[in-house]
Ligand binder design. Structure first.
Ligand code: AMP
Ligand code: MG
Length: 332
């Protein structure tokens, strides 16, 4: 049997062109995964391709948006909006971004029984948990750093922030990463991406699905490094974890971490970790910190009052969760 040589040649050329196109097409059908350090945290974005969408350009734009939010809300940068608000002012007109974050934070603070407070800037700087030589401050220094902190210390009228005392310093570390994650998702979506995850050091939001299945999110074990404690399948939700293992120092065998009880000025002692599942990461981020300070009982009540799900690992390793998570979590 003889070959139809011209036909074979055409087929080979078609095949070669197809392979070249597949390898050189801008995003192909490959998912794009990139990692950067933003807001002192490892941020990972994974995006699945869509026809006609430049996946890499979309991911780069999402990172750029997070860098922009960092520039506005960082407490470490003297020129940020939040640093200016922490200066000796009592009233300041805010950008829509900062006003939105503070509005959400104040709604949580109001129901948190004093456990969540956006005006802890001086206390957080005093402890400086991530500094070069962190140590436990004196009781007098803690009392001084807490002066003026409490209900009504920070208010919002429209987009104007009002501090009760000009010396109060504002810290959005409890909630700004969640907002940056939400903004990154909005940018991905506007670019035409449908399926993606954005993870900023445990502040995670999922868009769509992973090749027609839910994304499977690992929740970090608070006491076993790099070990997944539980797995949660999710579509279109935020999963945010606060833990005492993320940023801490040890002194005389005691762990001093970065989440403080504003009523004492000391690291909160009721939990090892708190995971909140909500429809946006700003709310989930703020609540994970607030619930961590409140502990299992009051914390679950706060989560329920916002209509979100919570998993709490208490200080002894005991598990507490809202009913909605009971059937969803998988324990390996
Ligand atoms: P997260 O990792 O989201 O729980 O946020 C922890 C960060 O929130 C800390 O590093 C501080 O910047 C800030 N923070 C600590 N304690 C509180 C608190 N009780 N209320 C509000 N913000 C806090
Ligand atoms: Mg938080």
């Amino acid at each position: 049997m003889g070959f139809n040589r011209p036909l074979l040649a055409v087929l080979l050329i078609v095949l070669a062109v197809a392979v070249a196109w597949w390898r050189l097409a801008p995003s192909g059908d490959q998912e794009v995964r990139q990692t950067r350090i933003i807001m002192s945290t490892v941020v990972e974005i994974t995006a699945l391709p869509e026809p006609g969408v430049d996946t890499e350009a979309a991911v780069n734009a999402a990172f750029a948006e997070m860098v922009r939010i960092e520039g506005v809300m960082s407490s470490h940068r003297a020129d940020s909006e939040v640093s200016r608000l922490s200066g000796p002012v009592t009233r300041m007109e805010l950008s829509t971004d900062t006003a939105a974050v503070i509005r959400q934070g104040l709604a949580i603070a109001k129901r948190s029984d004093g456990a969540f407070d956006l005006a802890l800037g001086r206390l957080i700087k005093l402890w400086n948990v991530l500094g070069e030589h962190p140590h436990v401050p004196t009781a007098a220094a803690i009392t001084k750093a807490l002066r003026g902190v409490g209900p009504g210390d920070l208010r919002l009228e429209g987009r104007t922030a009002i501090k009760a005392d000009p010396e109060l310093a504002i810290d959005l570390g409890s909630i700004a990463k969640g907002y940056a994650v939400d903004r990154a998702c909005a940018v991905l979506q506007a670019a035409g991406i449908r399926d993606a995850t954005v993870n900023a050091g445990g502040n995670l939001r999922v868009m769509g699905s992973h090749r027609n299945r839910p994304w499977r999110i690992g929740i970090q074990h608070p006491r076993k490094k790099n070990e997944v404690m539980a797995i949660l399948p999710v579509n279109d939700e935020a999963v945010v974890t606060s833990g005492d293992y993320q940023r801490f120092f040890m002194q005389d065998g005691v762990r001093y971490h970065h989440i403080f009880d504003p009523r004492t000025g000391w690291p909160a002692r009721r939990c090892q970790s708190v995971t909140i599942v909500a429809d946006n990461a700003t709310l989930a981020d703020g609540l994970s910190t607030a619930v961590f300070v409140l502990g299992p009982e009051k914390g679950l009540a706060l989560a329920r009052s916002f209509g979100v799900e919570a998993l709490i690992i208490d200080i002894d390793g005991g598990r507490h969760m809202t009913d909605g998570l009971r059937d969803r979590l998988q324990w390996p």
